[in-house]
Every structure is written in structure tokens, then in C-alpha cells.
Write a protein that binds this ligand. Structure first.
Ligand code: NOJ
Length: 763
């Protein structure tokens, strides 16, 4: 018996054949006792055969028993499991199912190591919340945290220990369908939402039976896919990688994200699954991240297609050396790495380190102590879709809606109108509102827009409906009927956009237009002369300049989840006042892509009056809606920023005071946004960068002064020598209700040389 085992009560009982589940508590409730954790993990590692180690790194999809979304097509794996050849499953759901598999792992395998069950719980489990891009439009990270907390509670009851979320990829090309899964284009907003979602999933104590581990994915620059085509090459510079794509990952790591997932793409010729610079030099050595890295689905195997591995053995060797700890679905670690070690092509030390991280992950989840805590059939029956969760989903839906246009106060509508014509196939679709990652969401739980409107109006109001057109078909035959229905109404609510499966994974589009015959439908309805309220549903910003020109009122509603219809009706009829803002710049046409607010100035900034400047011949260079844009049923004024100083030193903070007044007649929300510009740098700097924001509710006539505090950390970037610094000189501070309509003030950062600003989680 080796020394560590003989010192451990855990080991003694384990050796006697009892499952680790039955052991006295060896884990601290919190993660502070790192020494005990290391002792525990090393004591298990010391007893493992190479085959058992590789088994811990192996994560197949499905167990041949029950499956969740995304696959699970493989035959039963019980023999592999009993041999210790499986460390984790994905896409296995249900308290009883996961419990049965867990029992085999902890009672029948030689070392009794528990399984960890992973699933894509992206924006809710049974209670489906708005898609992540929609939630980001709330500019309220606490809303995302609450949604993730509820999702975790439900998922954990159903046997899930670990979600492959949050997706924190910056996306600047709306053709890319996965833009829907993240928080949009901005690194700062992205980092705050990343951290909030991690906190929500993991709760205060990761060992708790209602906490699930989070995954920051996809590491990294997956959103920079060329042409917006999913899985495509990204070729970003190291500076852009660090300044733009990595901050949300860093935010997630700082919030304690238990795992990271490698991304499918390459960056400048290096696929992430073989990218040791990214997974080890940056993540481990610079950031000191000690969580676990999982591959994406067959990502290890795909190194062959990328053309950096000649065969599956080399793919496994590259990935383990790069720092991919767990192999999702490829099964190449478990099949190939033993021979690679024997031949000297893979290092035992790399494998041991990966196993340590997997065991540590399981330990931190409390799985050794309580392997069944998250699979509880009784809780599974009661935890789902509770009235409180539904209420939270409705609140999230309301707060994620963005009012894009509201001419002559078309909105809100009166509840006692004679007839409301609801037009558009999406209006009656209860599936579409669940979005593309609806987990265990059910269409029968979901409230489509039509139902929400019917419930909201007075008993005197007639609600009529016609599909008119469908996003997936160019058939125009329904338009005449829709026009007929519309003509008999007082107002038209036109629900148009995309189906849910036009965004998310492998759902890129080449245009941002309204798909199908929906624009024709809109034109025909416009010709009736009736007031029209457009309710957009989509997983990406759509290029709707025609609608903006012709329609009096437009609401952006994304895919809002189970309570979509109620949340939308709340806003349509004024029970809620929309206050969301666009988390992504909306182009006029797809040809403007990529378009984002924190662009560089160029040597010839666009000037419509000067030919030789950076712009288009045929369209304006400005977006349709700027980043951060959104209206309200009331009006606000935001005063100019008042700075606490005009000069600051490296250790000082700068306070920026802003007066906000509700100048209208309704209570409403404004998101006050603060941006900074570094006027001169050793490398070019963005024209502005979001650094603070606050969503606040003001009563009619109410005026409030809010104060933001900036420090030198908010001015940092990677300089000419790739050091993270703040450079002395002048800066602009901008404040406003969006990134376009801002007022500014200036200050100077004192000093003669660059100020190093190391990455550090706390300020
Ligand atoms: C592939 C996706 O890229 C990833 O986001 C997801 O978590 C896995 N499939 C597992 O379903």
C-alpha cells in the first residue's frame, strides 16, 4: 500500500471495497482547502492504471439508455463503464437514469470514481429563458444570473452536474448563427454577462445539490469565423485576441468557472484543440487557471481534418499536450494514448495532469462525497417550471425587449381596442420562442405571442389572426388573406423574423434580410394604411432598413422563452415599459459586416463630404441601430459627464457624475452608458470602448445623479511590445443612452511612461 493511501481514510475504505459515496466527508464545503483537495486527488491518481486514467478523460455522448438534446446515439456502454473506461457522459438526463449509471460507477468500478454528467443548459432547462443574446439586451447581468440559477436548480434535480455554458464568444458578424448564444459584440458587456452566468450556474457553493459547474466556451475566437460560416477559420492577431476575444473568458475564470471548452476553429493556423499557447501558456501559466478543459464535440478527432494530425493517434497526442483534459466524443484518448505513451509520443505527465484536473473537478462538485445529490427524483418532479420560475422568465422576457422605433407613440396599445389583427406565422408558434437550445423546454409550456395578446386584451377586444407568410417559405399565397384580416382591424401586430433554427450551431446565413416572403407581407400590410407594430423574432440583428423606413413601431424580441407571449404582451399594452438596448450593432445591409461600435478610426475616417475617406459608395457607413440603442415609452435626458478631476495619476480613480432625468409621463428604464477613448496610443485604439453602464428606473419627472468610478485598469490594453499597460496622455469620456448619442469630457493620465496593469481578478 502506498503512503498517501495509507494515510487516507478514504483510501482505506475504498480498498475495502466500499464505494467512495459511503465515505465520511473528505471534502471541504468551500474550495479553500486546496491542500486537502490535492492530497485527495493525488491519492486516487497514485492507484490508477493508465487505462483507468484514460477512462477518466473519456466523455461519450449518451449511454444507450436515455438521451438529451444533441445526440447520444451510441449503443450501451455499460461494459466500458464497469471497466473504468468512462469518466463522464454528456446528453444523459434524468434523475433515475443518471442515478443508475452513477451507481455502476461508484459501486462496480475498481476505484469507485463517480461520473460527472454534462449537458447544454444554455438558457434554461425546463423553464426556458430568453436566448443569451436577448438576455444581454437587458443590460442587466443580474437577470442572467437569476436565469442561470433557476436553470441550475432544475438541471441538477434531473441529474446534471455540469453545463456547457456560458458561451462567451464575442460575435461581430451576425451571419454567424452562434451570435445568439453569447452576449454580443462587446468585451466588457461580455465579461460581465459571462461572470454573472457562471455565478448563477455555480451558486455560492459548487458542492450544493442545486449547483452545477459552468463551462466558459468556446476558447477562443470562435466568433471570428471567416464569412460568418460556422466552424470556419479565425485569423485574429494576438493583440485582437487578447483585447477583444479573451476578456469574457477571463471574466468567467475570475468568477470561478469550473471548466473551459476548447473551440472548433483555428486561430492563425493553429486549431484550438492543438493550441498549447492558448490552453497552457495563457490559460494555465498567465491566468493560473486550475479548472478543467473539455474538448468540443469530436474536436480532438477534427485535428485530422484541420490537417495538423496525420491520424487519430497524433490528434490525441497533440490535444493532450496542448492542454485538452477531457475528450468529448472522439474517444481517441481512451483508444490511442496508451500506445502513444508506450512509443514515447505522449507524455505520462500530461496525462496525469489532465486526470488530476478531472478528479479535482469532480471533487469540487462534491461528487465523491455525495454522488447522488444532484439526481433526485422527488425534486425532479417538483423543481421544474415553478410559478416563481415562470414569473422570473416573464420578467426576463420583458426586460430583454428592445424598442427600436415608436413614431407618434404608436405603442403602447390600448387594451380596449376593437380588433387587433395578429399577423405572421411566428405569432402562433409556441416552439420558436424557445430558441435553439431549449434543453428540456416543451412547446406546450410556452406562450406564443398570439396567446399572450389574447390574454392581455379587454373582453371587448377581438383578436384575429392570419399567418400571411412563413420565414421558411417563399410562398406568397397567404398574403391576401392576411391583408383581408388586417383591413378589418384597428391595429396590426406583425410578428416576423427568423425561425429558431436559423441561428445557433451550424446555422449561419448569407444575408440578414427577412427570410421567406415576409418583406412582401410587410409591404402588403403597409399598403392598407393601418397602424402596424412590428414584433421581431430573431437570433441575430436583422438588416431591416425597409421596416425602419415604413413601419411606425418596431420591437426586437429575440426568442424570449416560455413566457415570451406574456412578456411581449406586457410591453405591447404598456404593463411594462421596454428598456433593453442592442448588445450588437445592427447593419443596414449585410455588406457592412463586420460592423461594431469600438472600431478603429483609420487614417481616413469616414466623412460623407470627402471622397477619399473610409466609406461606401452605395450606402451610408453608419449602422441602422448603433450598439447600445433602445427607446422607451418615456423620454430621458442624460447630462454631460462631470469628472472629479481633469488629471489623474496611476493610483487614482476618476469619478464621473451624470444626471439622468425622466422627462416623460411614464415610469421607465434608461441604461446610462459610459465609454472611454484613449486619444493617442503606441498602437491604434478604438474610437470608444464601453467601460461602465447602469440600468435604472425613474418615475416621471424624476432626476437622479449616478456616479461611475474608473481606474487605470479601465484604460489598459496591449501595447506595441504586447505588454498590458495604460499609457499616459489624454482620454475622452463619453456618456449617453447608446454609443452614438453621447456627450464627452476629457482627462489626462499623468506620467511619462506606460503603467503596467496586470490581469488580476479583483480591481
Ligand atoms: C458542440 C457545440 O459547439 C458546443 O457548444 C456544445 O456544448 C457541444 N456540441 C455539446 O453539445
Amino acid at each position: 500500500m502506498s503512503t498517501p493511501w495509507s494515510l487516507s481514510a478514504v483510501a482505506l475504505i475504498a480498498l475495502a471495497g466500499a464505494p467512495l459515496a459511503a465515505l465520511p466527508a473528505q471534502q471541504p464545503a468551500r474550495l479553500t482547502n486546496r491542500a486537502a483537495e490535492t492530497r485527495f486527488v493525488d491519492s486516487i491518481l497514485a492507484r490508477m492504471t493508465l487505462a483507468e486514467k484514460l477512462g477518466q478523460l473519456n466523455q461519450p455522448s449518451g449511454a444507450g439508455i436515455a438521451t438529451g438534446p444533441g445526440g447520444g446515439e451510441r449503443a450501451t456502454r455499460m461494459a466500458d463503464l464497469r471497466r473504468g473506461g468512462i469518466g463522464s457522459f454528456l446528453n444523459v438526463v434524468g434523475a433515475d437514469t443518471t442515478r443508475a449509471l452513477q451507481r455502476i460507477a461508484v459501486e462496480e468500478t475498481r476505484l469507485h470514481i463517480p461520473l460527472v454528467f454534462g449537458l447544454d443548459v444554455i438558457h434554461g432547462f425546463r423553464t426556458v429563458f430568453p436566448v443569451p443574446l436577448g438576455e444581454a439586451a437587458s443590460f442587466d447581468p443580474s437577470l442572467a444570473e437569476r436565469a442561470a440559477r433557476i436553470a441550475a436548480t432544475e438541471a441538477a434535480a434531473a441529474g446534471i452536474d455540469w453545463t456547457f455554458a456560458p458561451m462567451v464568444d464575442i460575435a461581430r458578424d451576425p451571419r454567424w448563427g452562434r451570435i445568439v448564444e453569447g452576449a454580443g459584440e462587446d468585451p466588457y458587456l461580455g465579461a460581465l454577462f459571462a461572470a454573472a452566468r457562471v455565478r448563477g450556474f455555480q451558486g455560492k457553493d459548487l458542492t450544493a445539490s442545486d449547483a452545477i459547474a459552468a463551462t466558459a466556451k468556446h476558447f477562443a475566437a470562435y466568433g471570428a469565423a471567416e464569412g460568418g460560416r460556422d466552424y470556419n477559420v479565425a485569423d485574429v492577431s494576438e493583440r485582437t485576441l487578447r483585447d477583444v476575444y479573451l476578456p469574457p473568458f477571463y471574466g468567467a475564470a475570475c468568477a470561478g468557472a469550473a471548466t473551459f471548452m476548447a473551440s472548433f476553429n483555428e486561430i492563425a493556423g493553429v486549431p484550438s484543440h492543438a493550441n498549447r499557447h492558448l490552453l497552457t501558456d495563457i490559460l494555465r501559466n498567465e491566468w493560473n487557471y486550475d479548472g478543467m478543459v473539455v474538448s468540443d464535440y469530436t474536436g480532438v478527432w477534427e485535428l485530422i481534418n484541420h490537417g495538423v494530425a496525420a491520424d487519430s493517434a497524433q490528434a490525441a497526442e497533440l490535444a493532450i499536450h496542448a492542454g485538452v483534459d477531457m475528450d468529448m466524443v472522439s474517444e481517441l484518448y481512451v483508444r490511442k494514448l496508451a500506445a502513444s505513451v508506450a512509443a514515447g509520443r505522449a507524455r505520462q505527465a500530461d496525462i496525469d495532469e489532465a486526470v488530476r484536473r478531472v478528479l479535482r473537478f469532480k471533487y469540487r462538485l462534491g461528487l465523491f462525497k455525495a454522488p447522488y445529490a444532484r439526481r433526485d427524483a422527488a425534486r425532479e418532479r417538483t423543481a421544474m417550471l415553478t410559478p416563481a420560475s415562470r414569473a422570473a422568465a416573464r420578467e426576463a422576457a420583458r426586460r430583454s425587449i428592445v424598442l427600436l422605433k415608436n413614431e407618434q407613440s404608436t405603442l403602447p396599445l390600448r387594451k380596449d381596442l376593437g380588433t387587433v389583427a395578429v399577423i405572421g406565422a411566428l405569432a402562433a408558434d409556441s416552439n420558436v420562442v424557445l430558441g435553439n437550445w431549449g434543453a428540456l423546454g416543451r412547446r406546450e409550456d410556452a406562450v406564443p405571442v398570439l396567446d399572450g395578446i389574447r390574454r392581455a386584451v379587454s373582453s371587448r377586444t377581438t383578436v384575429t389572426y392570419a399567418a400571411g407568410a412563413n420565414p421558411t417559405s417563399s410562398d406568397t399565397t397567404g398574403i391576401a388573406e392576411a391583408v383581408r384580416v388586417a383591413r378589418a382591424a384597428d391595429v396590426i401586430v406583425l410578428v416576423i423574423g427568423e425561425t429558431a433554427d436559423m441561428s445557433a450551431e451550424a446555422e449561419s446565413r448569407s444575408t440578414l434580410d427577412l427570410p421567406g416572403a415576409q418583406q412582401q407581407l410587410a409591404n402588403a400590410l403597409h399598403a392598407t394604411g393601418k397602424p402596424i407594430v412590428v414584433v421581431l423574432m430573431n437570433g441575430r440583428p436583422l438588416a431591416i432598413d425597409r421596416l425602419q423606413e415604413t413601419m411606425p413601431a418596431i420591437l426586437e424580441t429575440w426568442f424570449l422563452g416560455v413566457e415570451a407571449g406574456n412578456g411581449i404582451a406586457d410591453v405591447l399594452f404598456g404593463d411594462a415599459n421596454p428598456g433593453g438596448k442592442m448588445p450588437v450593432t445592427t447593419p443596414r445591409v449585410v455588406g457592412q459586416v463586420p460592423i461594431y461600435y469600438d472600431h478603429k478610426n483609420t487614417g481616413r475616417p469616414p466623412d460623407p463630404a470627402v471622397k477619399w475617406t473610409s466609406k461606401y459608395w452605395d450606402i451610408p457607413f453608419t449602422p441602422l441601430y448603433p450598439f447600445g440603442f433602445g427607446l422607451s415609452y418615456t423620454t430621458f435626458t442624460i447630462g454631460a459627464p462631470r469628472l472629479s478631476a481633469t488629471t489623474i495619476g496611476s493610483a487614482d480613480s476618476l469619478r464621473v457624475a451624470v444626471d439622468v432625468t425622466n422627462t416623460g409621463t411614464r415610469a421607465g428604464d434608461e441604461v446610462v452608458q459610459l465609454y472611454v477613448r484613449d486619444d493617442v496610443g503606441s498602437v491604434t485604439r478604438p474610437v470608444m470602448q464601453l467601460r461602465r453602464f447602469q440600468r435604472l428606473t425613474l418615475a416621471p419627472g424624476e432626476r437622479r445623479t449616478i456616479t461611475f468610478t474608473l481606474s487605470v485598469r479601465d484604460l489598459a490594453f496591449y501595447d506595441l511590445a504586447m505588454r498590458r499597460v495604460a499609457e499616459p496622455g489624454t482620454f475622452h469620456v463619453f456618456v449617453g443612452p447608446n454609443s452614438r448619442d453621447v456627450q464627452s469630457a476629457t482627462f489626462t493620465l499623468r506620467g511619462t511612461r506606460s503603467i503596467p496593469v496586470p490581469d488580476k481578478c479583483s480591481p
